[in-house]
Design a protein around this ligand. Structure first.
Ligand code: SF4
Length: 208
């Protein structure tokens, strides 16, 4: 496993932000199983988790107005450092007004990284413009098979749905994703769940 301090990397018109390699799941489709980077990036395994000063210094080297979105994603689950992610997002918003911030998340922060400051949905809604939540299945059985949450699996699916619903209710631009490692029937069921909640669903192709 190659390590580096790649704290941000470009994907198309967007800049991806890499704040942690921790994750509370072990998804069957996780890109981390296949490579040390993503979309041609340098290795995304971090030598250490970046401090706020390191993140700010990295972002100051870039012209953030060039990007359509800044995406908190990286090689791990950004909400494993929920308070850090929100604090960094707040700094970006105040330093670079007009930048669009998206969070890609498994929606499980209330289980794995609860904050003293409030629910994950409320904290995220206060600073991000968009959130993309990994739905990964139209029922708990499919969800667990695909995502393999490390603890409290019995609460994971409901927690993820509640997080997405709360973000939407807070007015955050919210979408779901599934990866096409599940069957067409399972994707159809996921679509029905997304439709019931009034949240758009994006079906992503598996990258081998
Ligand atoms: S939540 Fe994301 S980083 Fe974590 S295992 Fe799943 S795909 Fe990988």
């Amino acid at each position: 496993m190659k390590k580096s301090m790649t704290l941000s990397y470009e994907v198309g018109e967007n800049l991806y932000i890499n704040i942690t390699n921790q994750c509370s799941c072990n998804c069957t489709f996780c890109i981390r199983k296949n490579d040390d980077g993503a979309y041609g990036s340098d290795p995304l395994w971090l030598e250490h988790e970046p401090s706020m000063a390191e993140m700010q210094e990295n972002l100051k080297q870039r012209d953030l107005s060039r990007y359509q979105e800044l995406v908190f994603c990286g090689y791990g689950e950004p909400t494993m450092r929920l308070d850090f992610a929100c604090e960094l997002a707040e700094w970006i918003k105040s330093t670079y007004p007009g930048v669009c911030l998206r969070l890609n998340t498994n929606g499980l922060a209330d289980i794995y990284s609860p904050s003293q400051k409030g629910s994950a949905a409320n904290l995220v809604s206060a600073v991000f413009d968009k959130v993309s939540v990994s739905l990964n299945g139209g029922d708990a059985e499919t969800y667990l098979r695909v995502t393999n949450p490390k603890h409290c699996p019995e609460n994971a699916y409901a927690t993820m749905l509640r997080f997405a619903q709360s973000c939407k209710q807070n007015g955050l631009d919210t979408c779901f994703t599934v990866v096409d490692v599940i069957s067409p029937d399972e994707i159809k069921l996921a679509q029905e769940v997304a439709d019931t909640l009034g949240i758009p669903l994006h079906v992503r192709n598996y990258i081998s």
